[in-house]
Design a protein around this ligand. Structure first.
Ligand SMILES: *Cc1c(COP(=O)(O)O)cnc(C)c1O
Length: 395
């Protein structure tokens, strides 16, 4: 057995580091989830989530991973044969669409290369062609965790409006909420899907859906069968009234603490910290890019994610060896390449409870792993990241 000493640097793009404060908050006994004490905690949580989602509308929760909230959105809104338009961005977008097919929905993919953000004009054109409004919904992943590309949720909303199309707008914010600005109401999003273990800094196992009043109206007409996910069962007045089975009380202890941490720091400051750590990471990768070294997978700097950077290694080299070596030798955990990107990219997560030295430690491990695996690269990535962080402190 390999003995690992010191701190485990957890730099996966989900799940993310669980702050000690959240762990301590969960280190308590069970309480009756039908009682007043739990109601008080859950109401504080739902109110806090509304501020994070930037919505005045309904938020519902389930004991599930994000995949559950994906499925909940589909079975609550649609009827067999309904058509969905999935805006392709990478592995997660296609995976969500595949679930629609499994429920007998017709799924069309608006093709897009994985290295660039979705083009709003292309969406507008496709929706204009759909004169008899066969397309019932547009599905978008805000931050595509498999590629590190951020989609323009507001711009894609404007495209739907410009085409004068009534489709519902469903957005997966699983790896952007609490890391990057997102505004459910202002950006006209009908259904928001999120999980607990990324920007919200909780363990995996709870998922949430923001539901607009338009989406609630659609749910009343939808014909797909649903029981566990049925919004009509869960809904109370103003907040969730019902759980299918036992409410995940411990997640609420943790969520209450995580939301307090976000509010103490200030949501906008949370975004700014993510942006700085992401930019430091990008500076490091740009330094490694010399000598035909690795590069940032997302091409357009305006669409480079503040939650995760996918790093593409040069042709002929194995990104997974770099990832594995970081874990085995340095106790630094990175994300691997998903689906068709396996072996081509490794992914550095920079979301959740992180600070500068944690980020620099992880970047140093990657720089050493590039050297040890023989992947061509320029030196000085960590120094470039430090320079950037110093300058941004002085501004
Ligand atoms: C992590 C992730 C998912 C899957 O969430 P689970 O909680 O693992 O089910 C879906 N979409 C995106 C964008 C993600 O980052």
């Amino acid at each position: 057995m390999v003995v690992k000493r010191g701190y485990h640097f957890y730099q996966n793009p989900g799940p993310t580091n669980i702050p000690d404060r959240v762990l301590r908050a969960m280190d308590r006994g069970a309480i009756d989830f039908t009682g007043a004490q739990f109601r008080e905690i859950s109401e504080e949580c739902f109110a806090g989530l509304k501020r994070v989602f930037k919505t005045q509308q309904t938020i519902l929760a389930y004991a599930a991973s994000g995949h559950g909230a994906w499925e909940a959105a589909l079975v609550n809104l649609f009827s067999p044969g309904d058509k969905l338009l999935v805006v392709e961005s990478g592995f997660f977008s296609l995976n969500w669409g595949m679930r629609g097919e499994a429920f007998g929905l017709e799924v069309e993919t608006l093709a897009n290369d994985w290295r660039s953000a979705a083009n709003p004009a292309k969406l507008e054109n496709r929706l204009r062609e759909d004169r008899d409004h066969k397309i019932k919904a547009v599905l978008v992943v805000h931050n595509e965790t498999s590629t590190g590309v951020l989609n323009d949720v507001a711009g894609l909303r404007r495209a739907i409006d410009a085409a004068n199309h009534p489709a519902l707008y469903l957005v997966d914010v699983i790896s952007s909420l609490g890391s990057t600005d997102f505004r459910m109401d202002e950006w006209g999003v009908d259904v928001v899907v999120v999980g607990s273990q990324k920007g919200l800094m909780l363990p995996t196992g709870m998922a949430f859906t923001g539901v607009s009043s338009r989406a609630l109206a659609a749910a009343a007409e939808a014909k797909l069968p649903r029981v566990y996910w049925d919004w009509r069962r869960l809904l109370g007045e103003g907040s969730q009234a019902y759980w299918n089975g036992t409410a995940p009380v411990h997640f609420f202890y943790g969520l209450q603490e995580a939301l307090r941490m976000i509010e103490e720091e200030g949501l906008e400051n949370v975004f700014e910290r993510h942006r700085r750590l992401a930019e430091a990471t990008r500076r490091a990768v740009r330094a490694w890019r010399q000598n035909d070294g690795p590069e940032i997978f997302a091409i357009d700097p305006r669409a480079q994610s503040d939650s995760i950077t996918a790093v593409q290694v040069p042709e002929g080299w194995d990104a997974d060896k770099v990832r594995q070596l970081c874990l085995d030798k340095f106790n630094v955990s990175l994300g691997g390449g998903l689906d068709r990107l396996h072996g081509h990219v490794f992914r550095i997560g920079h979301m959740g409870d992180l600070n500068e030295p944690m980020m620099l430690g992880a970047l140093a491990a990657v720089e050493m792993a590039l050297e040890l695996t023989g992947v061509p690269h320029g030196k000085g990535g960590v120094a470039a990241a430090m320079d950037y962080l110093v300058r941004s402190e002085q501004e």
